[in-house]
Design a protein around this ligand. Sequence first.
Ligand code: BG6
Length: 486
Amino acid sequence: MSFSKGFFWGGALAANQCEGAYQEDGKGLSVPDMLLGGDANTPRTFCPQILEDRFYPSHNAIDFYHFYKNDIALFAKMGFKMLRLSINWSRIFPNGDDKEPNEAGLKFYDDVFDECKKYDIEPLVTLCHYEIPWNIAKKYQGFYSRETIDMYVKYATTCFERYKNKVKYWITFNEINFATTSDGAYQSVALFSEEDLNRTEPCKIDELKDNPQKRFEALHNQFVASALAVKKGHEINANFMIGCMICHITWYPYTCNPKDIIACQKKDSIFNDFSGDVQVRGEYPEFIFSYFREEGINYSFITDEDKKILKEGTVDMYTFSYYMSNCVSVDPNVPTVAGNLEGGAENPYLKTSDWGWQIDPDGLRYTLNKLAGRYPHLPLMIVENGFGAKDKVEEDGAIHDQYRIDYFREHIKAMKEAVEDGVNLIAYTTWGPIDIVSAGTGQLYKRYGFIYVDRHDDGTGDFSRKEKDSFYWYKKVIDTNGEDLA
Ligand code: BG6
């Protein structure tokens, strides 16, 4: 057994991390536009006003807005069958609560999808990849307000109607489970405290004030918004395939101490399974209520009417990101590591990336099998997987990123093993097929691409593109449908 004939090989991007042109053609500000850049020693910061003379990575990003034809041609040269990208909500509704959509914004994505079609690349479109219009954060407290549900559904409906003949595969929210953690408050549900909205100086992201009660209510509203959009999407085009998207961090018990096993099971349930269950099964799983009680979260916001909406808007496919695994321990003194969205206890059997994320291809096979067992009726898509690293441009212009090839080779092998195990995997879109802004750190220095972009954390660079060694390697992988990984 191997990858199916129509397997979707490709790559994945997010508008706010690649497009730039942050105020062009009527675009409004969105939450990521308010985040300042980080560098190797400083984390990224937030300020509720745009500060002159400071570097904002998303404002120009890699200027995909003007380079998209060039970049899609490069993806086609690698043989991409699918391109995951997001629509920047504030290009379509600049303030979120506008009466009419912005035609220039809609036209831009028409052009992007037409360009994909030219090369037979299937678009996979994320409606919201953390790109909530800033006005919604300021005026409505993000998804904490029920009004935001209506604004989102109107936005989703506008996109479904407009692109119904160009786009078949959709994702309602990127990594919806991010809001189960305190950092997810500002990025995922655009919920800021009053105090943070009144700041005049930038503050570190992890100093933003969290309110778990409001955050879980906002997440609930996002589930409702997603379910309403799924229902609407199917009415507009019955062939649409609409998915959830979960940031899947694979957790292992640090030891075989039963206390670690229980702690690990709980972590896995709340971080990974809770959001997936709501979107796939259309109901809150029982285990989350004991967590709510423990945390003192009043869950009376789950009304009977909302329960019905969740049931009627279940997804057609399960999509997820996978970068690494972490361990869980009840011992607070065990060594720890960093990670995507969350770190954890160190795994002595694994190596880490330059950013301290543990590299675990077997974890991907394990995860695919776990998900296929949990949601046996749904196809799976890996819509993010990749290796953020420091690349060196040699004097002759070459970029020898063997470390990236090694990472992908091992992960694709693990996918293949999972397919042999019987997993229904239909797509693999690698994260950042071209260098983009890092969501976590705001760095351009943390590079994921098969294609190098001359753009740097001090704002220099001419945006030129260059193919890395991994470009030719991935091309060969796609050409052979995953058979030649050498
Ligand atoms: C995922 C996000 O969690 O991780 C992406 O969906 C993000 O937006 C990716 O870029 C990698 O994380 P980072 O922090 O290295 O950019």
